[in-house]
Structures are given as structure tokens and as C-alpha cells.
Design a protein around this ligand. Structure first.
Ligand SMILES: C[S@@+](CC[C@H](N)C(=O)[O-])C[C@H]1O[C@@H](n2cnc3c(N)ncnc32)[C@H](O)[C@@H]1O
Length: 197
């Protein structure tokens, strides 16, 4: 596994337990910021009826492609180029857009593009699933998330843990209805929005 992520290895089982509940049988999932592909590999192997489309920006795409080529089941598609900085998404008919640990890595501007872009590619009734840490009314849920935010900002001032309310507002503006906020291990959350259009 090229670029193996211990964090992805640790969180894939708890995330899967929720996805299993939230994804419709046969769902076409478009993942934004697939990283090493560990989530794509695990979820697609565990749910053979779904079809998983991993994506990444160009600089990370070659390693992701090699991992998918080496380890994937047939229901994982060849990873495609998706950089949130462009407004070009490689697919236009997904049942689910899934992004784990992306909103706090990219700038708020690109985070907003993730949400509005997802609304463009989802079929009516499709779902947007966002996994990661969030603040609530400007407050971190734990001191460790506050430390994480500082660490993120020291690397890149435009990154940082986003406000749950900010995410909900962007989602509402893009045409989503809020469905659920599921608490996850290690002070993370899993947010689900449904495309109302
Ligand atoms: C913390 S990693 C998360 C990887 C994986 N989703 C996971 O949870 O293990 C953040 C990912 O966001 C991707 N990313 C950063 N900037 C991006 C952009 N402008 N467009 C799309 N993806 C981006 C990175 O390449 C990286 O794979």
C-alpha cells in the first residue's frame, strides 16, 4: 500500500458501520480527496453492490491509481482527477458524494466548492457525506481538536476545523437538507445531507 495512512486504517471500520446504514444498495459513490484509497478499497470490498469512484488532485493521483490497480475489487473505478480548485467534476450522476477529512485540509473557499459541486453532480435525493472534526458555535468539541486546528493552521493558514453551522449554511444554499450528525470515535463527526432538488 503506497503512502499507507494509519488514521485511515483506524477510522475505516467505524465509518463503514455508518455508511452501511446510509448508502442505498447499488449506490454510485463519488469520493473527493481519496488519498491512498484505503477507504475506497475497504468500503467497496465490504459492499459489493455499490460502485465507488475515487478521485484526487493530479499530484496525488498516480499513487492512488497504483493502489487501486493493485488491491481493488471490480466495483472500484479507475481514480479520476478532481481538484476542488477547478470547477470541473469528472462525473455528473452520483447517488452519494463522500469526503473524509477534506473540509479541514482545504481552504473555506474550496470547502464551499466541495459542497456546491456535490449538489451539481448528485441525482435528486442523492446524499453528501462529510466525515471529520467540526466546531459547534465556534467552540471545539475537545482540547485535542483545538490543538489539531492550530497544527493545521501552522502548516497552512487557510486550512482549519470548520464550523458545523458554516457547513450547514453552505449546504442549505447549495440545495441540501440536513439529515444527520453522527458522533464518531476520536472526536469526529459524520454529517449527512440530502439533495433536495
Ligand atoms: C487528510 S487527507 C484525507 C484522505 C482520505 N480521504 C482519508 O480520510 O484518509 C486530505 C485529502 O484531501 C486532498 N486534497 C487537498 N486539496 C485538494 C483539492 N484542492 N481538491 C481535491 N482534493 C484535495 C489531499 O490530496 C488529501 O488526499
Amino acid at each position: 500500500m503506497e503512502g499507507f495512512s494509519q488514521a485511515a486504517e483506524n477510522n475505516k471500520a467505524p465509518i463503514f458501520a455508518v455508511l452501511e446504514d446510509w448508502l442505498e444498495p447499488g449506490a454510485r459513490v463519488l469520493e473527493v480527496g481519496s488519498g491512498t484509497g484505503q477507504h475506497a478499497l475497504h468500503f467497496a470490498a465490504s459492499l459489493p453492490g455499490i460502485c465507488w469512484q475515487p478521485t484526487e488532485r493530479a499530484e496525488t493521483l498516480p499513487g492512488l491509481r497504483r493502489n487501486i490497480l493493485t488491491y481493488a475489487t471490480a466495483n472500484v473505478l479507475t481514480p479520476l482527477d478532481l481538484d476542488l480548485a477547478t470547477d470541473s467534476w469528472p462525473e455528473d450522476a452520483a447517488d452519494c458524494v463522500y469526503a473524509a477529512n477534506v473540509l479541514h485540509i482545504v481552504s473555506a473557499e474550496l470547502g464551499a466548492k466541495l459542497i456546491s459541486g456535490a449538489a451539481q453532480v448528485l441525482v435528486p435525493g442523492g446524499v453528501l457525506i462529510l466525515y471529520g472534526p467540526y466546531k459547534y458555535r465556534g467552540q471545539f468539541t475537545t482540547p485535542s481538536n483545538a490543538d489539531f486546528d492550530q497544527w493545521l493552521k501552522a502548516r497552512d493558514q487557510s486550512s482549519g476545523v470548520r464550523d458545523f453551522e458554516w457547513v450547514c449554511k453552505r449546504a442549505r444554499e447549495a440545495g441540501f437538507d440536513f439529515v444527520e450528525d453522527r458522533p464518531m470515535p476520536a472526536n469526529n463527526q459524520m454529517l449527512k445531507f440530502r439533495c433536495a432538488l
